[in-house]
Design a protein around this ligand. Sequence first.
Ligand code: MN
Length: 292
Amino acid sequence: MSTDTAEAVDRQRYRKITQVISGQPTSDGAGVRLIRYIGSQSLPELDPFLLLDFFESDDPDDYIAGFPSHPHRGFETVTYLLAGKMRHEDNAGHGGVIEAGGIQWMTAGRGIIHSEMPEQENGRLAGFQLWVNLPASDKLCNPAYHEYPKDQIPLEHRAEGVDVTVMAGATDQGTIGPVKAVVTKPLYLDVSLSPGTSLVESIPEGHAGFVFVIDGKISIRSDGASNSVSARQLGVLSAGNSVHIEAEDADSRVLLVAAQVLSEPIARYGPFVMNTSAEIEQAIRDFNTGQF
Ligand code: MN
């Protein structure tokens, strides 16, 4: 390898913000109010991410109806709760309760039918649901779960005022999240920054990524440029091999999520995401004839 190549490999190419999304209020399930970021008109998808919903309310009317029995095929659903409790049960007998700070990475694969219902009648419920696509080779795999409560998820103290909760992937300091062996090699971090502090973190080339600001306000810095992302906004990251996140003048909390781009055709119909319309028709037939 020539010296020039080595330098090119080592050089940090900071990702920039290409789009800031404020989200589209909607409802889903049996009438859960939520804000849709990915899967909305302004950002139909961010390969391999198909959907990102954020829900947050202390009014049970906004969430109590939950997400009764529904199918999925061809992708993964990732639930990360910030507050409250959600009970899930599927048609294979798997069930449990996700609590605040817990994550569930569910690989629907060839098909699952499940419900996701609030395990509370009042109080605050808040969290995310992310859909991550599967490559054609894995769309019909067996369903699987990676499910971890808060106390099984490592918290890395990176620097004074900089703390990183690692759900999936490995940080530059070597902290490894419990969600492993996911085909798109995801990074899923929850980062807390006190005012003026920064996190610089590698993101592999070939991964698509975004930040979602839960609290505060951040800047994404790159070669002299800087873009702000405010609370309850999603910032789409450009290509690059690292990201520099700086908290502005408030305590800030931000999700940093990335995964491998699939670059495959997407055929999408509600809870089925396949590569071709024939595969969608097959999914509907299989669901209607009890094959899930
Ligand atoms: Mn679901």
